[in-house]
Write a new protein. Structure first.
Length: 159
């Protein structure tokens, strides 16, 4: 990730709608044995998809890729994926460069990989996604956002 001049803020409602849309799409790809959520971003989408597809077996792969200043570093795997991947569904919030998805794919080669959002550099690594945004867009998830005031476009004319 270099400069990110564009932003794509996602509300809770939008995220829920997109996770349901992804669930509809995944209905044609299953049934699935279980869901592997890629932490942390995949946890909330995985919960919504698990509810829609009635999947009760949920596991995690715990990976740190980006630091708190949104810069990508070396991948750190804190917890591995399970050994069996046939019939499993991998869920993450997004694929950007594809580095995280590639690493998880190597651990789970036979699983179906789904994300809500995809950028061009990573879109071919996943099997299903809902919305594509440009590579120079930074996606903000609802758990990263807060309601706040914004100034109008024109201000101070009658001061
Ligand atoms: O395609 P890539 O360039 O590898 O980026 C995508 C990954 O980056 C984000 O995770 P992050 O490492 O920020 O951790 P988090 O899910 O805990 O927020 C996102 O949730 C994906 O997992
Ligand atoms: N929140 C968020 N995390 C990311 N990790 C890699 N790309 C992104 C992005 O666009 N938004
Ligand atoms: Mg993540």
């Amino acid at each position: 990730m270099s400069e990110q001049p564009k932003t794509f803020p996602v509300s809770w409602e939008q995220l829920h709608r997109d996770a349901k849309a992804l669930s509809w799409r995944l209905m044609n790809e299953g049934p699935f044995e279980g869901i592997l959520a890629v932490t942390r971003g995949g946890l909330v989408p995985a919960a919504i998809i698990a509810r829609e597809l009635d999947i009760r077996l949920i596991d995690t792969v715990c990976i740190v890729s980006y630091s708190s200043d949104n810069k990508q570093g070396e991948l750190k795997v804190l917890k591995d994926a399970p050994k069996e991947s046939k019939g499993w569904l991998i869920v993450d919030d997004l694929v950007d460069t594809g580095k995280t998805a590639r690493a998880v794919r190597e651990m789970m080669p036979d699983a179906h990989f789904a994300t809500l959002y995809a950028k061009p550099a990573g879109r071919d690594i996943v099997d299903s996604f809902i919305t594509e945004v440009s590579q120079d867009t930074w996606i903000y998830f609802p758990w990263d956002l807060a309601l706040q005031t914004v100034p109008p476009l024109v201000q101070g004319k009658y001061d």
